[in-house]
Design a protein around this ligand. Structure first.
Ligand SMILES: Cc1ncc(COP(=O)(O)O)c(C=O)c1O
Length: 438
């Protein structure tokens, strides 16, 4: 069967909608990760662990809107809370009590967060955390990890998806993501190798006088949810403190790993943390929070050093959905979900061994990634050296099996995942490789 023939035959309405969408939206899309070739299926509805497309095909979903739906889709309590709120107004021009509750929940769960502010996307969360670090330190440069994604604003759009051939050998490189980025942006963003404390120490020490912050994901999403080494992350904390550089954790995705996020697992306390995804229960959300002395720069009861506005910030629909989600995200639910993640990674490794497939399985807790390489995955370059065609083929083959993953074959579990769904994914992968389609 030719590539995706089954998919194309079963998705005529999506194919038509894609052509319609292309008339008005570039490539028919508003979102980088929504598109894949030959065209994405269009969603009719989602429920529980599944997505149903406009042609009635049902997919077991391990994408969960980029890890957002930690309770599965259309969780009843979340939906009811949102419906109740909708009857009382969608957004207000003055604050609603719900923002206090969600802020309190997050501050209580994440001890490094003494104060927090809400936005409507993780992009705005990292943007404001970086802005705060610059204002607080009076320095302008920032450091980020080569290959790390922190949203789509200018200062984090450096060395995110750079192809291997454009990176200097033995040296991390700051490369603009698209034409027309001001040269000053690239000059002001230093790119660091993940998990390499020695090089990091050298670059940070050389630039300490100008560096406001280092922003990093404790578990790097773009690398198949690769957890940082413990010593490296703890070393980075010591180093940034010593050099007067603020440490920002981007926990937009990794917050779902523990009640207190990945920082609880690592026992590392950042100065600021950016949030998104699960904390809004499926409604548009972002946030950043951290030390009082930094967050007070935004305090409107004094003369704020930084003003921060946003028509829909802390809107009650998002706050309500976030509260209803976090209420169900207890330590025991998280533990069970994370332990199923361990099972999944173990079973995937066994299948690849059994079928002699050269592969690495990365991830932690409820997050996982698959790479086709015999090299240990430690950083961006080791990810790029893997076989990206094989990943793309696996994504497509899974789609034909009725399973949805991220196009880079990473994914997430939710609290509805049981051994049945884990085995569904593992068995599908066994079938695909046993057929030799790969
Ligand atoms: C680690 C990380 N940071 C920031 C963002 C940006 O969040 P948003 O898409 O809500 O702007 C994302 C989104 O995928 C992310 O994965």
């Amino acid at each position: 069967m030719s590539e995706l023939e089954g998919y194309v035959n079963s998705t005529p309405t999506s194919q038509h909608l894609q052509r319609e969408a292309e008339k008005y939206l570039p490539g028919g899309s508003s979102r980088g990760t929504a598109y894949f070739e030959p065209y994405p299926f269009f969603v009719d509805y989602t429920k529980g662990h599944h997505v149903t497309d406009v042609d009635g095909n049902r997919y077991l979903d391990f994408m969960l809107n980029a890890t957002t739906y930690v309770l599965g889709h259309a969780n009843q309590s979340v939906v009811e809370a949102v419906k109740h709120q909708a009857d009382r107004g969608l957004s207000y021009s003055r604050p609603a009590p719900s923002q206090i509750k969600l802020a309190e929940m997050l501050c209580n769960r994440v001890p490094s967060v003494e104060k927090i502010r809400f936005t409507n996307s993780g992009t705005e969360g990292t943007l404001n955390a970086i802005r705060a670090a610059r204002a607080f330190t009076g320095k302008h440069k920032i450091a980020k990890i080569e290959g790390g994604y922190h949203g789509n604003h200018e200062y984090v759009s450096v060395s995110v998806y750079t192809p291997l051939g454009n990176l200097e050998t033995n040296k991390t490189t700051s490369v603009p993501e698209w034409p027309g980025q001001p040269p000053s942006v690239v000059e002001d963003v230093l790119s660091l190798p993940y998990n390499d404390l020695e090089t990091t120490e050298r670059i940070l020490s050389q630039n300490a006088d100008e560096l406001a912050c280092l922003i990093i994901e404790p578990v790097l999403s773009n690398f198949g949810y690769l957890p940082a080494n413990h010593n490296y992350l703890q070393g980075i904390r010591k180093l940034t403190t010593k050099l007067g550089i603020l440490l920002i954790f981007d926990e937009v995705q990794s917050f779902r790993l523990a009640s207190g996020g990945a920082q609880e697992i690592y026992n590392v306390t950042p100065d600021l943390t950016a949030f998104g995804k699960v904390i809004g229960g499926g409604m548009p959300v972002g946030a950043w929070g951290g030390r009082n002395d930094i967050m007070n720069f935004f305090d409107p009861t004094t003369n704020p050093i930084i003003t921060h506005s946003g028509t829909f910030n802390a809107n009650p629909m998002t706050m309500t959905a976030g509260i209803a989600t976090l209420e169900q995200l207890t330590p025991s639910t998280l533990k069970a979900m994370n332990s199923l993640g361990d099972t999944l990674r173990g079973k995937l490794r066994s299948v690849f061994d059994e079928l002699n497939v050269t592969a690495q399985v990365t991830g932690i807790g409820s997050l996982f990634g698959i790479h086709f390489t015999n090299e240990n995955i430690v950083d961006y370059r080791s990810v790029l050296r893997g076989d990206s065609n094989k990943r793309a083929n696996l994504f497509k083959a899974l789609l034909e099996e009725g399973i949805l993953m991220q196009t880079k074959t990473a994914g997430a579990l939710c609290t509805l995942t049981t051994p049945r769904e884990v085995d569904g994914l593992v068995d599908a992968i066994r079938r695909i490789f046993a057929r030799g389609d790969q």
